[in-house]
Write a protein that binds this ligand. Structure first.
Ligand code: KIV
Length: 274
């Protein structure tokens, strides 16, 4: 395996490119985005995958969980992102209540996302329980990404955001679910907040790319929520989060300067008026 191979010159990232990246040992970089302006900036960096996550429910709408966001709201975010992206693969979360337990609804929700936003793929949380939905979506030619481990749409079942699959039983179910998703035809699986050894095991056992968030560094790629890694959100600080900026501080500083300039009639100056 070589980590020097670069897929940066590809003009459009596809699910096949991600598969090749796994084969060649090049890590996949994925971030969330929810609007046109951020999506445009991310795409210009050469990020591989942009996830229109239902974390929009938290970071864009201020809800305390991902459950309240609607399909229409996800389509609004997804279509805004797609308008800003040329290269990255755009994956959209199916929101809570639009796919569990009803494969026809799952298919209709996915078709709406693909048709109305122009995204490249959808993501669903869960394993065995949602296989019928996954199969039906795939049968319509829509690429599906799985999501196992700490699946935030099940937070009321878990009751806590602690690390998942630390027991042998839960770890065994996660491994089985990952295999089932691969067998169904999912092109990739996200593993969230699980022991690094388990992330490594699933990555070795599966042929499709495994993207981790709090699943260690022996996975095929990493994903973070954009607003967390940029330091726009500050109250959320899990161990797996690396903050690359303290943007909330920077924004506060800029806005305070603006307020001061307005109050002292420093803004606008001679050159900033007609
Ligand atoms: O909604 C989201 O942002 C996600 C990532 C945390 C993987 O599902």
């Amino acid at each position: 395996m070589s980590s020097s191979i670069s897929f940066r010159n590809v003009t459009k990232v596809t699910t096949h490119i991600l598969q090749e990246m796994k084969l060649k040992g090049e890590k996949i970089a994925m971030l969330t985005a929810y609007d046109y302006s951020f999506a445009r900036i991310l795409d210009s960096t050469g990020i591989d995958v942009i996830l229109v996550g239902d974390s929009a429910s938290n970071v864009m709408a201020g809800h305390t969980s991902t459950l309240p966001i609607t399909l229409n709201e996800m389509i609004y975010h997804a279509s805004s992102v797609v308008r800003g992206v040329k290269r990255a693969l755009v994956v959209v979360d199916l929101p809570f209540g639009t796919y569990q337990g009803n494969s026809k609804e799952a298919l209709n929700s996915s078709i709406r996302i693909m048709k109305e936003s122009g995204a490249d793929a959808v993501k669903l949380e869960g394993g065995k329980e949602i296989l019928e939905s996954v199969d039906r979506i795939l049968s319509a030619g829509i690429p599906v990404m799985g999501h196992l481990g700490l699946t935030p749409q099940s937070i009321h079942k878990f009751g806590t955001y602690v690390v998942r699959a630390t027991s042998e039983e839960e770890a065994a179910k996660l491994v089985d679910d990952a295999h089932l998703l691969e067998k169904s035809g999912c092109f990739s699986v996200v593993l969230e907040k699980i022991p690094a050894t388990l992330g490594s095991r699933v990555t070795k056992e599966l042929k499709i790319p495994i993207i981790g968030i709090g699943a260690g560094n022996h996975v095929d790629g990493q994903v973070l929520v954009l607003h967390d890694m940029l330091g726009i959100t500050t109250e959320f600080s899990p161990r797996f989060l690396r903050r690359y900026l303290n943007l909330s501080e920077e924004i506060r500083g800029a806005v305070n300067s603006y307020i001061n300039d307005v109050k002292t009639i420093d803004f606008p100056n001679e050159k900033e008026q007609y």
